[in-house]
Design a protein around this ligand. Structure first.
Ligand code: F6R
Length: 241
């Protein structure tokens, strides 16, 4: 494991460094990307570097990690909408280089999960999975318990995820009850996993992830099996005082 210990101020640059490193290693890199608060600043730094000509994203491919079921495309709260606003549009990555879930209609869920897995295989696998960790140890929407062989699938949201997402939906009762997620198996097959973790509220789960038992009850702990693991964490998450 490579631990990139950052200051709070340096965190976004460190996240961008990991993304830029994967793109430098392979210009057509396949990136499996989490949404959420943790990577957003790093995405902005990467977009700035690309605009300055320091990073070339013209061949990069992107795979969506997870999505709520039944949320239409044009709903700002869809995770694809977020990815488009915060990553794809600023970097000028066109739809034809993006693999996404198409689950606005619930009857499309199973075939969409199969299509995403087939697309990952067709791309030759994932070069870099950039993942955040939920307070309950989820990766994407692989809620606990999610074993290492969990496939890409529909999952009920854990109560903890409903609570933490309520702020985006205007109340817990508004949060969609199910989501789709790239499974633990395709995540763990990535050639590199980068776990990005910031803030004192993630301290306990980061410790469990890195030092506790490797268990389906803390899906993030299973990343220790990855071929190549990079952890980007700030001092608050690492418990430095
Ligand atoms: C979202 C995703 C989630 C988040 C996790 C942490 O696409 O994959 O697993 O990474 O919930 O979210 P933040 O970064 O907002 O704390």
């Amino acid at each position: 494991m490579r631990l990139l210990r950052s200051t709070t101020e340096g965190f976004d640059e460190a996240v961008a460094d990991v993304l830029a490193g994967a793109i430098a290693e392979r210009p057509g890199a396949v990136l499996l990307l989490a949404t959420g608060n943790t990577p957003i600043g790093g995405f902005r730094v990467l977009a700035r570097r690309a605009a300055e000509g320091a990073v070339d994203v013209s061949a990069v491919r992107v795979v969506q990690l997870d999505e709520y079921v039944g949320v239409p495309d044009d709903d700002r709260r869809s995770l694809y909408g977020w990815l488009e606003r915060e990553f794809l549009a600023p970097l000028g990555i066109p739809a034809e280089r993006v693999t996404r879930f198409d689950v606005a209609a619930p009857e499309d869920v199973a075939s969409s999960c199969r299509a995403v897995d087939a697309a990952i295989a067709g791309l030759g696998g994932v070069d870099l999975a950039l993942l955040g960790v939920g307070p309950n140890g989820h990766l994407g929407f692989n809620e606990p318990p999610s074993p290492a062989d969990a496939p890409t699938r529909e999952v009920p949201l854990a109560p903890a995820s409903i609570v933490s997402n309520a702020v985006y939906w205007g109340g817990e009762d508004q949060v969609p009850r199910t989501a789709v997620t790239v499974g633990m198996a395709p995540i763990l097959a990535a050639r590199q996993i980068a776990l990005v973790v910031r803030g004192a509220h993630k301290r306990a789960i980061l410790r469990q992830t890195l030092e506790g038992p490797e268990t389906a009850d803390v899906p993030a702990s299973l990343v220790r099996r990855a071929a190549r693991l990079t952890v980007v964490a700030d001092g608050a998450a690492l418990g430095d005082d």
